[in-house]
Structures are given as C-alpha cells and as structure tokens.
Design a binder for this molecule. Structure first.
Ligand SMILES: NC(=O)c1ccc[n+]([C@@H]2O[C@H](COP(=O)([O-])OP(=O)(O)OC[C@H]3O[C@@H](n4cnc5c(N)ncnc54)[C@H](OP(=O)(O)O)[C@@H]3O)[C@@H](O)[C@H]2O)c1
Length: 335
C-alpha cells in the first residue's frame, strides 16, 4: 500500500530557518555543471554558484535561448564568470550522450549538479513514454541523472576534488515500496516494473522516482568512493514544478493550493540546500536536508529487504546504461 503520510522533515522544513547561502569563492578554479539551470531551484542555485567564482559555469538546459539570457544577466553581475549553455534534454538519451561528448572540451568537471526533474501530478494522469521507450518520469528523474553521471565520471576523475549532487526530495519517504519488492519477490525485473504501462500509478510516481534516486545515490557512494556524492532535498518550494498539475475544482484542491502557497519556501531559499552541499567539505552523504546531512526517513531502505532491493535495482540500472552507451561502465571504473 502507498505510504501517503508526509515525512516529518517536510514539517520541519516549514518551520526551520535556513542558514544563508555559503559565501566566498569556494568554487574558484572549478568547472561546474548544473542541469535544469533555467527555472526554479536550479536557476536560483545557478545565481548563488556564480557568486562563488567558478572557472566555468555550464548551464545544461533544453531551453537554449532562456539559458543564454540567464548567463548574460549573470555575467552583468559577475563579469569574471565564464560560462556556456550546453543543450541537454533528459527525455532523449542521444542528447545526454551528446552533452557528455561536448563536456570533453572543458577537460574536466569538478562539480556536477543533477538538478533537473519533473513532477507529473499527485493525482490521476496518463502513462507517458519517452521516444527511448521508458516511462517519462522514470527516465527524467532516475535513469537520466545516473547516465549523465556515469558518462561524466572520466571527466570528474580529472578533478582533484570531484563532487556530484542530486536534487532529491523528502517525498522519497512517502514512496510505496511494494512495486520494487513485488518484482524482487517474483524474480522479475525492477526496471521493467517501473516502466510497465499496465500497472502505472500516477499519484505516487514522483515519490517513487525520488525513492529510486535515493537508491542510486546510496549505491554510487559505494561505487565511487573517490568522489563526494550527496542527495539534496531542496524542500517544498515555489517553482514551476507543478506545471503538469491539472486541478479539478473542489474544496480539497483549494485547501491544498492554499496550504502550499502559505508554506512553500522561495526557490532561492530552497537553492541554499544545493549550494550548502556544494560547499560542504565532509564527503558523501546519502541525504541532505535543511542545509545539513540528515538521515532519510524512508525506513524500508534501512531494512534487509530495502538494502537488497537497492543492490538489485542498481545492478539492473548499470546493465541498462551499459546497453544505452556500450563501454561506459568500463570507462567509469566503478568499485
Ligand atoms: N519545488 C519543490 O517543492 C521541490 C521539492 C523537492 C525537490 N524538488 C526537486 O528540485 C528539482 C528542481 O525542480 P524545481 O522545483 O526547480 O522545478 P522547475 O522550476 O520545474 O525546474 C525544473 C527544471 O528541470 C528541467 N527539466 C525538466 N525536464 C527536463 C528534461 N527532459 N531535460 C532537461 N531539463 C529538464 C526544467 O527545464 P524546462 O524549463 O526546459 O522544462 C527546469 O529547468 C527537481 O529535481 C525537483 O524534483 C523540488
């Protein structure tokens, strides 16, 4: 059964006072890549990162004109910041491979922020497939950030302090685990279970995608012990993430919209979670919330079943991306 109760951290996030964004030039000399830099949390994080004097700030977006305008505006405030807008569409695996190839021109990557993501709605909604044949939310929020990361590992290894961030979500604690568990109990493919149109359930798909991203983060921390890897919860924030939401008129939806407007933090505050993690010197953390390392509230993931599911899912995902980009695992030299 779906676990629909809100995680405690969501309430904590409503009341806590976040520390200010980190200051100083903690990114001096660094090549920084951020996906989804043109909107919401990603846009505000990009502004904060620009103030930390990176050597190169790469805006990985699909809205190229918007990205160019953002970069130009940033350079008015920070004239020393060099940057580039590089096309990246996570619903197109060919675009991810082309993006990784383009990044070779920069010689290395010091900080990769996998921030871009979508939310298909917390209510009913149709199954949508990408042209690559995966369920759209699964590809955008789970498969694509893993593939982007693995393809960039050789460039990250050229850094003397490689760092990878993922924009996760506290809603991962609300995700039902029955889909992954059923697949494992029945000896079936977990990847296939999350891409199955017949059993697709839209209301929990966003939670599930962030839950799977938690599994990926935990696994990558073991596979890449030479890198600092953090799954960051920006917290409930006013952004364009609800662009796909379709609301019917009811007292319940009016209440929920009102609750969100009253409680959501600004995108700029939410972005401090990403920039505080970018400036953190304490190594990998599987979950980061309210600008500090935080234990995940998803209890399943600590259980024996959850640990096994994490391992099975991750192995399947590695096989999947090796099929997508043959040779990428050998190049990444995972432990
Ligand atoms: N807002 C919240 O309450 C909240 C809470 C927890 C976690 N998060 C996470 O924070 C991250 C940023 O979301 P946000 O709230 O800032 O939402 P947002 O304003 O909608 O920004 C999402 C970003 O992702 C990009 N994106 C979406 N699909 C893409 C694709 N196929 N290829 C490339 N880029 C794509 C969007 O680009 P386009 O403009 O081209 O669509 C946009 O830049 C997401 O991972 C989200 O899950 C948000």
């Amino acid at each position: 059964m779906p676990n629909q109760s809100y995680p405690w951290s969501m309430y904590r996030g409503l009341w806590s006072i976040l520390p200010p964004a980190p200051t100083g030039d903690y990114l001096r000399g660094k090549v920084v890549v951020i996906t989804g830099a043109n909107s919401g949390v990603g846009l505000e994080a990009t502004k904060q990162l620009a103030g930390a004097s990176p050597e190169q700030l790469i805006l990985a977006v699909r809205a190229i004109d918007q990205g160019e305008k953002i970069l130009k505006d940033l350079q008015k405030t920070y004239p020393a910041v060099k940057g580039r807008v590089v096309p990246l569409d996570l619903t197109d695996l060919g675009s991810i491979k082309a993006f990784a190839k383009t990044m070779e021109e920069f010689g290395r990557v010091d900080l990769l922020i996998n921030n871009a993501g979508i939310n298909p709605n917390f209510g009913e909604g149709p199954y949508k497939s990408t042209k690559d044949g995966y369920e759209r939310v699964f590809q955008t929020n789970v498969l694509a950030p893993l593939l982007t990361t693995i393809l960039l590992v050789p460039l990250l290894r050229k850094s003397d302090d490689p760092r990878i961030l993922f924009s996760g979500s506290d809603t991962h604690a609300q995700a039902p685990s029955d889909r992954v568990q059923r697949a494992i109990d029945n000896g079936q493919s977990v990847v296939a279970a999350y891409n199955d149109e017949e059993t697709y359930y839209n209301p929990t798909r966003y939670y599930e995608s962030k839950f799977l991203l938690q599994m990926i983060t935990r696994s990558l921390i073991n596979s890449l012990p030479d890198m600092s890897i953090i799954n960051v919860n920006p917290g409930l924030a006013m952004t364009n993430l609800g662009r796909d939401f379709r609301f019917g008129l009811s007292f319940k939806t009016a209440y929920e919209i009102g609750w969100f407007v009253v409680n959501a933090r600004s995108a700029s505050k939410a972005a401090r979670n990403l920039t505080s993690a970018a400036a953190w010197k304490g190594g990998s953390q599987d979950y980061w919330s309210e600008c500090v390392p935080t234990p995940s509230e998803n209890l399943y993931m600590y259980s024996g079943k959850g640990v096994k599911a994490t391992s099975v899912f991750y192995q399947e995902m590695l096989e999947e991306i090796e099929k997508i980009s043959p040779g990428c695992l050998g190049a990444a030299k995972l432990s």
